[in-house]
Design a protein around this ligand. Sequence first.
Ligand code: ATR
Length: 271
Amino acid sequence: MTDRYCVFGNPIKHSKSPLIHGEFASQTQQAMTYTAELAPVEGFADAWRAFVAHGGRGANVTVPFKSDAFALCDTLSQRAKRAQAVNTLIVGGNGRIYGDTTDGVGLVRDLAYHRVALAGKRVLVLGAGGAVRGILEPLLAENPREVVVANRTADKAEQLAEAFADLGSIQGGGFVSVEGPFDVVINGTSASLSGELPPLPEALFAEGAWAYDMMYGSEPTVFLQWAGPQGAKLLDGLGMLVEQAAESFFLWRNVRPETASVRTLLRQSLN
Ligand code: ATR
């Protein structure tokens, strides 16, 4: 039987993951399929078990199932434990379920791809939800001078910073208390989805700073539209999506796909 992989989500119809993994598979000549699977909101574990029973070897997991996936794993990577979320499931040889999260590595690799330095830099992260929790460990591992987490609900940012304080210099608070300049500003809020802008102070960006939105689309997000005129260099989350997929692919197949051509393809698919 051909090894089966998929992405579980709800909704899932517009997922780009089948396109990305299809390209990776043909590029590296892997005998595998990768599909998008809609799971019922209350039925993720059943959907996963049925998939494994029919030849499933692994899966990506997206909204709203990353916590459900975390809960059903037999073994978790250190970074998944920290993130309290799993975006990559792997069926081990003994049938045990291994869970990992590749989102943070995806972000860090995308920044490296664009030659954005993190070591010694001041980094501002906007948001304190699941998406931000997923990136903090790999981000702190790059040895930034300081990470500031700012959130609409200040308490959540403070708690998140405390939970990661053993890994590096990290502080949390509300948007109003944020003091620039920062070298890299990463928008990890879901505000872009509704076309909203977090209430940010001016003078956030250092000379030559980068603005990064973890969301992407055919048009620049509201956050990037705000950051551009202030002189920041802009990146959206498309590269992060491709790089997190590449890391998942590597975990499943032990082959590292090339990402540059897939970035181009994906960008074209948005227009
Ligand atoms: P995700 O998995 O995308 O992180 P989440 O866990 O629901 O989703 O977190 C959403 C994040 O976006 C939170 O940090 C949220 O701020 P609150 O904690 O104050 O709710 C943030 N967010 C959502 N809409 C926002 C908006 N319009 N302005 C600012 N922050 C917003």
